[in-house]
Design a protein around this ligand. Structure first.
Ligand code: 5GP
Ligand code: MN
Ligand code: MN
Length: 329
């Protein structure tokens, strides 16, 4: 990672220039937390012209609606067309930036902060650590190199990012370093219990009923993936409508599905529009789901990946089946 170039670029452009921070479409806790945590750090440095945004509909998922730094967010359409500096968070490929991809060539410099092994290095400066549990690990390091001390607000943003991407410190990349970082963040005075309740353990009653419908139609195939097994289900826009729920509530749907003991692979197919579906995949270790996702036009990590599917849920899952045998680890 090119820390020196990143620090030099930021020190040169941020104090007087317009700084635009962007993250991936359908932002998760790592995308929003890393971006807002770094934005707050720049604000502490006295950077005055700051905007943060993400592509698509301007809607903050309820679990993240209390993050510090939300006042820096603007809708995509209001984001500067020709910023001086663009900082990109948790984005493996420009395709995940939607309409904001055109801000990159328009800027004087771009710095990419990320942790996807597949990251193509599309920035002028790329801080990509494929071994990092979350983009917020990279953000903490860069803030340190810019001499920005952690305060409780920055720490809360980075904690949300770290806790979401590690599944609350349960996944394999939960290294001693991850716990040491969590310790530094908690030492600023943040409240882990309160934060966890807000981001993981708060769900509208209607969302629970929606989950009941969608989980009720899940299908199990223990013979899939060379006997490692697959479970899958799908959720339509009509399901959301019937229960009066917003699409982001389905971000948490993969969690009960991936807990099915009989299988290695879990798949959730979520309707985005007529014939367009967002596909989430998880593996317990026998299958490299990022290989499946890449083969179908998406990306991600070995054990957590996704892509955009077309057709019906059955057709999309058939396409996944077609890539499983080549993706066994
Ligand atoms: P999730 O299932 O939580 O939406 O995404 C899991 C992982 O897969 C994330 O690391 C995310 O970056 C990646 N991912 C999900 N959907 C897509 C997609 O459509 N394209 C790409 N390139 N990556 C995706
Ligand atoms: Mn992400
Ligand atoms: Mn991430």
């Amino acid at each position: 990672a090119d820390w020196t170039a990143a620090v030099t670029t930021i020190r040169e452009l941020a104090p007087t220039g317009r700084v635009l921070l962007i993250c991936h479409v359908n932002p998760d806790g790592d995308a929003l937390g890393s971006m807002l945590g770094f934005a707050l750090g720049l604000r502490r440095l006295g950077v005055a012209r700051l905007q943060a945004t993400f592509p698509g509909e301007f809607e903050i998922p309820e679990p993240f609606a209390a993050l510090p730094g939300l006042d820096l967010l603007v809708p995509e359409e209001q984001a500067w067309r020709d910023p001086d500096l663009v900082l990109v968070f948790d984005v493996a490929a420009e395709s995940r930036l939607g309409g904001l991809a055109d801000r990159l060539p328009a800027a004087r410099a771009t710095v990419v902060l990320d942790h996807h092994v597949s990251n193509s290095g599309f920035g002028a400066v790329n801080l990509v650590d494929g071994a990092a549990a979350a983009t917020s690990v990279v953000v903490e390091e860069l803030l340190g190199r810019l001499d920005v001390p952690l305060d409780v607000e920055i720490a809360e943003c980075l904690y949300v990012a770290l806790a979401t991407d590690t599944g609350s410190f349960r996944f394999d990349m939960t290294t001693p370093q991850v716990h040491e970082m969590a310790a530094r963040l908690i030492a600023t005075g943040l409240r882990p219990g309160e934060i966890s309740r807000r981001i993981f353990d708060s769900r509208p009653f209607g969302a629970m009923k929606l989950f009941a419908d969608v989980l009720g139609r899940a299908r199990l195939d223990p013979a899939a993936a060379g006997g490692h097994g697959l479970v899958w289900t799908y959720a339509t826009l009509a399901d959301l409508e019937r229960h009066g729920q917003r699409p982001y509530v389905l971000d948490a749907l993969i969690d009960p599905v991936r807990c099915v003991a009989e299988v290695d692979v879990s798949v959730v197919v979520k309707q985005q529009a007529d014939g367009v579906w967002a596909v989430s995949m998880r593996s317990k270790g026998a299958v490299d789901v990022s290989a499946v996702a890449v083969a179908l036009g998406g990306g991600g990590h070995r054990l957590a990946a996704g892509f955009t599917g077309h057709g019906t849920p059955d057709e999309i899952v058939s396409a996944v089946y077609g890539k499983l045998d080549n993706s066994l680890i």
